[in-house]
Design a protein around this ligand. Sequence first.
Ligand code: 0RA
Length: 662
Amino acid sequence: MAENSKKIVDQGTYGAANIQVLKGLEAVRKRPAMYIGDTSARGMHHLVYEVVDNSIDEALAGYCTRIVVKIHKDNSVSVEDDGRGIPVGDHPDYKDPPKSALEVVMTVLHAGGKFSKDTYKVSGGLHGVGVSVVNALSEWCIVESSRNDDVYSQEYIRGVPKGPLKTLGIKRKNGTLTHFKPDETVFEKRDFSFDTIGNRLRELAYLNKGLSISLIDERSEDEFQKEDYYFKGGLAQFVTFLDENRTSLLSKPIHFEKERDDVPVEIAMQYNDSYTDNIHTYVNNINTVEGGAHLVGFKTALTRTLNSYASKNRLFKKEGFSLTGEDCREGLTAVISVKVAEPQFEGQTKTKLGNSEVKGIVESMVGESLSEYLEENPSVGKRIIDKAMQAYRAREAARKAKDLTRRKGVLESGGLPGKLADCSLRDSEFTELYLVEGDSAGGSAKQGRDRRFQAILPLRGKILNVEKARLDRILSNEEIKTIISAIGAGIGSSKSDDERDLFENGENGGFDIAKIRYGKIIIMTDADVDGAHIRTLLMTFFFRYMRELIEKGFVYIAQPPLYRLSKGKKEVYAFDDQERERKMKEMGDGKISYQRYKGLGEMNPDQLWNTTMDPERRTILRVTLNDAAAADRIFSTLMGDAVEPRKLFIYRNAKRVKNLDF
Ligand code: 0RA
């Protein structure tokens, strides 16, 4: 077999199969985004996840217990596992010329997935693109498969084998090592992020209890970084980790693990003293951000089980009383993980589980397990019902507050706040709302803006920290009320319609993105600690009560300059110290004076327009939500200032918006 591969490569006698392979690789290199989403840092990190997913599959099949991921000095990454090793015998589908299974996995699109379908019951990997895509997008890639008391190795250049599969003639424990270097001509960013990879590996370790994963960073000279992820407690530990900075209601999470109709289901849940729920769902280790059948099944079972438990044990004072789903979920942190053989992913980002049979499976499993648990742990049952009753009473109070505010027109369009300087255009495709820190900067922004499409809402001081307040208090906060009415789309959790129909009595209509009055919500604060704090408070509010705004990319951060440089009549701006240095050099010799802006208020309307608001010249950062679990954890730690929203989110597409056509 090794002989054959040699022939192909050395003599260039390509069979039909090879032409197919080359075409496949070429397609990937031509349109990488089609296979990995994009070619930014996010896409590059996706390569690592794809390789790790193969090892996870081997762990799911029960053969792999340890995975080591290394970031090397040259920004290459290696992933090593102790599974069975990739098979090296001739692949049955490739006769002319014959090819090793390993080479097929590495060079044929989707071969990994198809191949593993018989081998593995379920398979992870987001779109199951397969490791051949990683190979095609790597400057080089080396795979070593240790099995049959030998080590087999093959190297590739941009996906094409450099030579035949070789045996190294050494012995090693069984396993697979994949070492690749992302092609710098494909990816915009070069550096891997320890934290980004670490977050995903930690998540995988929680989701696959007992699996040991390590991340090692060899890039820094003096101290290499290493983290080990290994959790015997699985999702129970995940929930505890998510709630690390909250006060738990139960002494330990409730944790179930069962298989029904060939669908393994694992769920852990805990209550805390906050007012929002925080449910993370996974299908085959993929975070199903948009929810779907498993989430619906869980929610239905939770509401029904708590109600029947409370009635049965006479915990409700009034006959016929019942708690709503929202009451039952206040302060709930839960993780739901199911493994489905043929998952159907739906929704805008293909992260919504469509398999309807899974709803019933999860529903009946949670119903039975939770009732049993509550019967056996009546003190836990009482606590949960007490908490839900509190939520009910607060919701009643909130409803009254809401009625009040609704009567005042805050939650409906029409009654716009007096502080808002609205724009004249109505089409949200073109309009922008600037949330500006302070009245004086607000004044400059009003004078400097293009009033046709830019609206200004000045915010006085700090808005309420919604993390520490219930809806009724949130709705009585002036700054928040003005923001809600300016945006015009209401407030609340934005559930998909089918879930809303199923669970809400239409009482809380929720946030309706279709009603937003602006296509961009731009946060403009000073470049200091207070500014960062206000930004964080706003983001916390959007994250908790208008999450779709963030998910759909409507929220932006303005980037006001830090310096104004001047030489004679010439004026130049710089956004940080580095840029200031560079621009001063560019301006040449002579007297250059510079001013450091302490706040937006120091800029006059023209300056503010020229540097920060003019779509032709400004830079605005779009806020995107990369990892809901991570974001949630960090928001929950935010009780003071200190934490920069920059750390909570990965700002991608920091692009100059130049395409506003008028
Ligand atoms: C197909 C079949 C077998 C193992 C694998 C694939 C495999 C693939 C990868 C990728 C990374 N690590 C891996 N470990 C295993 C089973 C072969 C057998 O029956 O021994």
